[in-house]
Design a protein around this ligand. Structure first.
Ligand code: SF4
Length: 191
């Protein structure tokens, strides 16, 4: 189909530069129809939630956009005095932390000498962990140190937390470990 001469002329960038008040061609005259029609993916979010990146101890501020109860986008929060709108690649990708199709929802277990992963229910896994903690603690409990001072500890169990644990979770884990007499408590975020 032949384009009318007038339309053809108007589509010429030089003409658009002169007629659109953009003589240097740095604004609307240089914009393609595709760019003009693009819409930000946050535009139709139901609401936005201020949050903190869970990955590391920097604690960058995030804006989490939500639609129909699902996260649609996460970006840096300019109001954060720590990160001032910036996120590193891990923080940028944290939507996948919540919604990746590769995310595991089942406990994976590989038994001693096993060659494959088995799926366990959370209840079974928790029971197994509890049984092992109780048994190991009973077998290795130290009332006293070698020189006779009170110890009340087991050196046979350790706990290593991950960087995605928040302050409150770490606080509770440390409380639990101390109550169990476990003294080797560490967190990957500090290593
Ligand atoms: S965005 Fe990067 S630097 Fe900031 S808290 Fe997350 S992982 Fe740490």
């Amino acid at each position: 189909m032949r384009m009318p001469l007038r339309k053809l002329l108007e589509s010429w960038p030089v003409v658009r530069q002169l007629t659109d008040g953009d003589p240097l061609g740095l604004g609307p005259a240089a914009q393609s129809k595709r760019s003009r029609d693009l819409r930000p993916r946050i535009e139709d979010a139901d609401h936005v939630v201020q949050s903190i990146c869970p990955y590391c101890a920097v604690g960058c501020g995030q804006l989490v956009y939500v639609k129909d109860g699902e996260i649609t986008h996460i970006e840096g929060d300019p109001a954060s005095p720590i990160s001032r709108g910036r996120l590193c690649p891990k923080g940028q990708a944290s939507k996948s932390y919540a919604q990746s199709p590769l995310r595991e929802y089942k406990v994976k277990y590989r038994r001693p000498y096993g060659t494959r992963w088995e799926e366990l229910s959370l209840e079974d896994a928790m029971e197994m962990i509890a049984e092992r903690v109780v048994e190991t603690r009973a077998e290795t409990w130290e009332w006293e140190t070698e020189d006779g001072n009170p110890a009340n500890r087991t050196m046979a169990i350790g706990n290593l937390g991950g960087a995605t644990l928040d302050n409150e979770e770490n606080y509770l884990i440390k409380k639990l470990m101390t109550a169990l007499g476990i003294v080797q408590v560490e967190n990957q975020a500090r290593i």
